[in-house]
Design a protein around this ligand. Structure first.
Ligand SMILES: Nc1ncnc2c1ncn2[C@@H]1O[C@H](COP(=O)(O)OP(=O)(O)OP(=O)(O)O)[C@@H](O)[C@H]1O
Ligand SMILES: [Mg+2]
Length: 412
């Protein structure tokens, strides 16, 4: 029988398999503790695709709602609201999602439900106003809507933290707003956070914390929408996992697999070393290379060869990673074969710095085209320009270079 593969390249990691991020977790726990005691803190979690933002947010959610307990703090008991921003999301939709989530979580007791219906009544009015308009845009002034939202949130939070007889006491509300980089300019996400947190503060509502997460460009989006909205947040930049943390992810996965399967699996030290190096510390890649090695292995011990076979064969790990992360960059964002040729030349050096001279020597096009290519590829952040040495460029990741070498030629 085929073994259940414990590695999950496509979903946030479960708390039991979570590795690293100690500093970030400490900061967020501190934030929860402060918010619980009426001194709210807000966080912005940023990082590249697949670096583990949603996984971290998920882990903190479990801490916040008390599903897991941290040894250094008493158990938290926050109401947690998860929202993933989509490209088309309007302010009205965002607010409706907030209302719906709150009602779903705390509206089970009739008395509280009635209280929520009264407190969130303004939503009904917006609903009437926007009926018939496709984009669920309201004609009402966003300032007024945000003012109503702040009032309702504040009243809800106060009721939860000082409940009436027979109701459960909560520590407050934590919002997890993931994929914030998707926010359209109409959503005015920076303005949303800035105004809302200020209004809550004016209303002496101290038990609400916001955790927003997204790609690094989220910072720019916030800034463009409201210059000082960044100051609402402490930013946590998520980076690659350290080598021991990468090993931990692999070991925990193998253990997890052995709990689920009767046929046991071992892994050699070499194999772990290859996964660690190939992944460059990107948790998504650790999961994918481990997943593919686990799939490929058939003798109960994952060896270095299993890792390499699983990684490089068609439909293997690198192919899967490529179609998720690199293919659109390579095929859609780049319209010219000559630009792709520049990338292929650079890929020969993996992600090490390559001089313009070296590229030129191997390039079939004109100097003019090469200049345009380097300019465009740099602007689109597909390649990096060496800030401390003129005329040197490199690919961002070794994985991208390997993928170009192996699969780049293949048509889409
Ligand atoms: N701390 C971690 N320990 C173990 N595995 C992790 C960790 N963080 C992330 N992963 C794994 O890496 C992959 C990507 O994680 P996640 O979805 O959290 O990244 P992300 O930054 O939210 O990605 P995206 O930008 O695509 O939303 C998942 O397979 C997840 O299981
Ligand atoms: Mg994510």
């Amino acid at each position: 029988m085929k073994k259940i593969n414990p590695f999950q390249p496509n979903s946030p990691v479960a708390p039991g398999m979570f590795a690293g991020r100690q500093n970030e977790i400490d900061a967020l726990k501190q934030g929860l503790q402060q918010t619980k005691h009426g001194n709210p803190m807000n966080f912005l979690v940023t990082g590249e695709r697949g670096i583990g933002k949603s996984s971290l947010v998920n882990y903190i959610k479990f801490l916040a709602d008390g599903s897991i307990k941290s040894p250094d703090f008493e158990q938290f008991n926050f109401v947690t609201i998860n929202i993933a921003v989509s490209e088309k999301m309007s302010l009205v939709t965002l607010i409706k999602l907030i209302e719906r989530n709150i009602k779903r979580q705390v509206g089970k007791v009739e008395k509280v439900r009635n209280f929520l219906d009264d407190t969130w009544g303004f939503i009904q009015r917006i609903r009437v106003m926007d009926s018939g308009i496709d984009k669920a845009q309201s004609s009402e002034d966003p300032d007024l809507i945000l003012d109503e939202l702040a009032y309702s949130l504040s009243a809800t939070s106060k009721r939860l933290t000082s409940p009436e007889k027979g109701e459960e006491r909560k520590d407050g509300i934590v919002f997890f707003i993931d994929e914030a980089d998707n926010a359209s300019s109409e959503l005015r996400i920076g303005y949303f956070f800035k105004l809302l947190t200020e209004l809550l503060q004016q209303d002496s509502c101290g038990n609400i914390m916001f955790v927003a997460a997204g790609l690094p460009e989220t910072t720019e989006k916030l800034y463009n929408s409201h210059e000082s909205s960044i100051r609402v947040f402490s930013e946590l930049k998520i980076r690659e996992l350290e080598v021991p943390e990468r090993y931990y992810v692999i070991d925990r996965g193998i253990e997890e697999g052995n709990e689920k399967n009767t046929d046991q699996t071992k892994i050699t030290k070499d194999a772990k070393g290859y996964i660690s190096t190939l992944s460059e510390g990107y948790p998504h890649f650790i999961q994918q290379f481990s997943f593919s090695a686990f799939e490929f292995n058939d003798d109960g011990e994952i060896s270095a060869e299993d890792v390499l076979e699983g990684a490089f064969r068609p439909c293997g790990a690198l192919d899967a990673i490529g179609s998720r992360y690199y293919a659109s960059r390579y095929h859609e964002q780049i319209k010219s074969d000559e630009y792709r040729e520049v990338l292929s030349i650079m890929a020969e050096n993996l992600n090490a710095w390559t001089t313009r001279k070296e590229i030129n020597e191997n390039f079939s096009g004109t100097e003019h085209t090469l200049n345009n290519a380097l300019q465009t590829l740099t602007n689109r952040k597909i390649i990096l320009r060496n800030p401390s040495k003129r005329g040197e460029y490199r690919l961002q990741q070794k994985g991208f270079a390997l993928w170009i070498k192996l699969f780049g030629e293949r048509k889409k």
